[in-house]
Design a protein around this ligand. Structure first.
Ligand code: CBF
Length: 815
């Protein structure tokens, strides 16, 4: 399918198929010393990626004039997903390359399948960062990512006896052909040691941090290709390596290789893994080191570039540079920028603070208290003694100013950086930022009214909302070829550039022919997913059933448990009453639970145990089936989203900051079954209530219920022993224990924990909503029209729109 717009940069890359083939063959010979025909599929993929990466770097070098305002997006995660297919689509080269490879006796699809998911991110926050890189390049702006190059990803999830098993995600095993190592841009980062005060004869004094551990931060650059291929930006990823002078030659010569190399493994540990297990002190310190390393290295590199382009014109730094901090992980950007400006470039404290706060902005992604990082002051000061001095002084001045304004003590207690023996990273981020944003309307108002209420009272003008978005080119055009073709045949290709063009699909809601074709496309997508499920889990699913999908990280507030309870309820009712016939449905789950999150891991085991019972019970005649797709990643997500018909977005209201799978799924013509939470609220406002199914308590009702102290989980269970009570009993009475035992801890979480996430409270309203929604499914014409309406209204949720809002309101850049 030809899916590109005119005026794209592809002509600059390969003149024609012949030219492509010649360059590709030549690269195989020069790098591998072998003809293309003798290369394995892995090698062929790798050479093709290297070829496209090299072309991209050449475009990147000429992309932005030095006057262009640069945005550096600091994030510990960039969940990129496979790049080859995406970059070919963005360059408009897919057909040319596919033809060339066919002529060479292979196929592009075979080569695309060789690419592994880079282990550089985990959840929604990391994927959002990747979508933003794509959209920044699409908007033609100079927007660069700054992150960590992890040797291993979070983990590769396998399921054994229903349990999540965490295996090493050795994603770099076969190399990463997209990256290029930049030794010449390495910088030094120091941990520990002591701060030494120096003074010269004029009385001028300065500080240095000496001793401790010296780390060489080496950047690897990955090109980021914008749609149209005109703008190529880069993502800079830092790897920790030892400084050679730390090598203990004497120990080595004395045969003590372990001691001689100890410094190496300690340092390399910093970039070994995404999210070191933070259950122990070691893991927590490693995490703090990661955060400092990518902050310090990134800023040193930015300052070098700035010096090269603008000299020492520090007064205009913020006119040329924006530093965006994705969550609190890069919170040290403020004090570290000050440290570098003062200690290395000789600026004074006030000037440095002014520059830092004029250039830094912060996005909050969650209201979960455990995610608002805090570090014990002692650990922090020991590891980062010079940086801590800046934090302490900024905090002291902040308090002094507040006292002058005679604010009440509570305000100080909630907003100071240092409190109760801890460094509070969210407060650090906010005090250094000229803009603080939430990621959906509801989330931002919760930040303003509750979580960050006191900051909002002090500086309301810095708060703003930027509702998330997703890259519609990857998640619709690339992920869903049959539907994308249908859309393009109907409204042309402009929607790739401007997602609001999707609105032009609205008239087709009345076009029976279009709706039938849409249903056929969905069926093809379901078959593709069914084949994948069978290949990975050996489970056969029926593509004539409804595909009802919940795919996301496992967390109590996201309430995968509520979904399982609904399935158990349908099952029990079918067994009790042979005339009860719920709509035939395949329930599909996928997602990882954090390694140390016991409850979430138990919920995964529960889903698989319930699947074991229901999938094997002939009495229900295959009407209900459960599939758990292991190892959720961008690549298999691209198979799941297109095949979905019901999108489960069922978090307890007020808990999900935004959610983004809701957007990817609506785009792919799924109807949302959800609470009025996160960006579900905006989806609902856009599509209208007949095209979405909302249930459950609203955020305010949840807050009031918690505050009233009048909610008792036991009352819920006791009031209906036949349905809800029965399901709770099943957790421990052996009915679900066949695979790997009972579920006492889940029962305790519900009953002893008084149903913290209101699973029992929202249960009936949820089951009723599901039944109503699936009854609606029977009217195929009406359903397809509603599904199409969801796609038509999805333009607002393109990350292009989100990025334009960041550009305009926060970074002050015009498109
Ligand atoms: O803003 C992007 C996403 O971030 C999270 O995944 C996060 O890690 N804090 C939130 O949970 C999502 O709601 C949000 O969409």
């Amino acid at each position: 399918m030809v899916i590109f717009r005119s005026g794209m940069a592809r002509d600059k890359i390969f003149k024609d198929t012949q030219d492509f083939k010649e360059q590709y063959r030549a690269l195989c010979v020069s790098v591998l010393g072998r003809e293309f025909d003798k290369c394995t599929d892995k090698e062929r993929y790798s050479m093709l990626a290297r070829l496209i990466a090299a072309k991209s770097r050449a475009i990147e070098a000429e992309c932005h004039p030095k006057e262009a305002k640069k945005v550096y997006y600091f994030s510990l995660e960039f969940l990129l997903g496979p790049l080859l297919d995406n970059y070919l689509l963005n360059y408009g080269l897919r057909d040319l390359v596919a033809d060339g490879i066919d002529e060479m006796g292979s196929s592009l699809d075979t080569l695309i399948k060789q690419e592994v998911d880079p282990g550089l991110g985990n959840g929604g926050l990391g994927r959002l960062a990747a979508c933003f890189l794509d959209s920044m390049a699409h908007e033609g702006m100079a927007g660069f990512g700054n992150g960590m190059r992890y040797r291993y990803g979070l983990f590769r999830q396998e399921i054994e006896d229903g349990r999540q098993v965490e295996c090493t995600d050795n994603w770099l095993e076969g190399g990463f052909p997209w990256e290029s190592r930049k030794d010449g841009s390495s910088v030094t980062v120091r941990f520990g040691g002591e701060v030494v005060r120096h003074q010269d004869e004029t009385g001028r004094f300065w500080f240095t941090q000496e001793g401790g551990e010296c780390v060489r931060a080496v950047p690897y650059d990955v090109p980021i290709v914008g749609y149209g291929g005109k703008t190529v930006n880069k993502l800079r990823l830092w790897s920790a390596e030892p400084c050679e002078e730390d090598f203990d030659l004497d120990a080595f010569n004395a045969g003590d290789y372990a001691r001689a190399n100890k410094f190496r493994s300690d340092v390399e540990a910093i970039s070994t893994i995404l999210y070191p297990n933070d259950a122990g002190e070691h893991g927590r310190i490693l995490r703090l080191k990661q955060e400092y390393l990518f902050v310090s290295a990134g800023l040193q590199s930015i300052l070098r570039t700035y010096e090269h382009e603008h000299g020492h014109d520090w007064d205009h730094f913020a006119d040329h540079v924006c530093i965006h901090t994705n969550d609190t992980h890069p919170a040290m950007c403020g004090p570290e920028l000050m440290r570098l400006l003062v200690d290395v470039y000789g600026l004074d404290f006030d000037q440095a603070f002014k520059i830092a706060s004029a250039s830094i902005s912060y996005t909050n992604h969650t209201v979960m208290p455990e995610a608002l990082e805090k570090w014990p002051i002692e650990t922090f000061r020991h590891l980062l003694p010079r940086l801590y001095m800046f934090i302490e002084e900024v905090d002291r001045r902040y308090r002094e100013n507040l006292m002058r304004e005679e604010v009440n003590a509570d305000l100080l207690a909630s907003t100071a950086i240092l409190w109760d023996g801890q460094v509070r990273m969210a407060n650090l981020s906010i005090i250094f930022s000229h803009s603080v944003n939430g990621v959906s309307d509801l989330h931002t108002s919760i930040l303003e009214q509750t979580v960050l209420r006191d900051f909002y009272r002090l500086r309301p003008q810095i708060f703003n909302n930027k509702t998330n978005g997703v890259c519609h080119r990857r998640f619709l055009a690339q992920a869903n070829p049959p539907y994308a073709k249908l859309i393009t045949d109907a409204i042309g290709t402009r929607w790739l550039d401007d997602a609001t063009e999707l609105e032009r699909l609205i008239p087709f809601e009345k076009d029976a022919g279009f709706l039938d074709a849409m249903e056929a496309a969905k069926k093809a997508d379901k078959e593709r997913l069914a084949a994948y499920i069978e290949e990975t889990t050996q489970l056969q699913v029926d593509t004539n059933t409804i595909f009802d999908v919940q795919v996301k990280r496992f967390h109590a507030y996201k309430r995968q448990l509520l979904n399982v309870f609904k399935i158990l309820d349908l099952y029990n009712r079918m067994l009790d009453d042979p005339t009860f016939k719920p709509a035939p449905t395949t329930f599909i789950f996928s997602g990882k639970a954090a390694q140390s999150y016991v409850l979430a891991k138990e919920v995964i085991r529960l889903i698989n145990s319930v699947a074991d019972v229901i999938n094997n019970d002939a009495r229900i005649e295959g009407r209900l089936k459960i599939a758990f797709v292991p190892n959720f990643a961008v690549s298999n997500a691209q198979l799941i989203y297109p095949a979905t018909e019901i999108s489960e977005q069922i978090s307890v209201a007020g808990a999900e900051a935004s959610g983004t799978s809701n957007m990817k799924l609506m785009m792919n013509a799924a109807l949302t079954l959800g609470t009025y939470d996160g960006s579900n609220v905006e989806i609902s406002q856009l599509v209208g209530e007949k095209n979405i199914k909302i249930f459950g308590l609203r955020a305010q009702e949840v807050e009031d219920l918690y505050a009233s102290g009048s909610y008792f989980a036991w009352n819920q269970v006791n009031s209906d022993p036949g349905r809800l009570g029965r399901i709770v009993s099943m957790l421990t009475d052996g009915s679900l224990a066949g695979l790997s035992g009972n579920f006492e801890s889940i029962r305790d979480y519900l009953m002893a924990g008084n149903d913290h996430d209101l699973v029992l409270k929202d249960f009936y309203s949820y089951v009723d909503a599901w039944e109503e929604l699936t009854a609606f499914y029977a009217d195929r014409h009406a359903w397809n029209a509603a599904a199409l309406h969801n796609t038509a209204k999805a333009g607002f949720f393109s990350s292009d729109r989100t990025i334009r809002e960041y550009m305009h309101d926060i970074w002050k850049i015009e498109s």
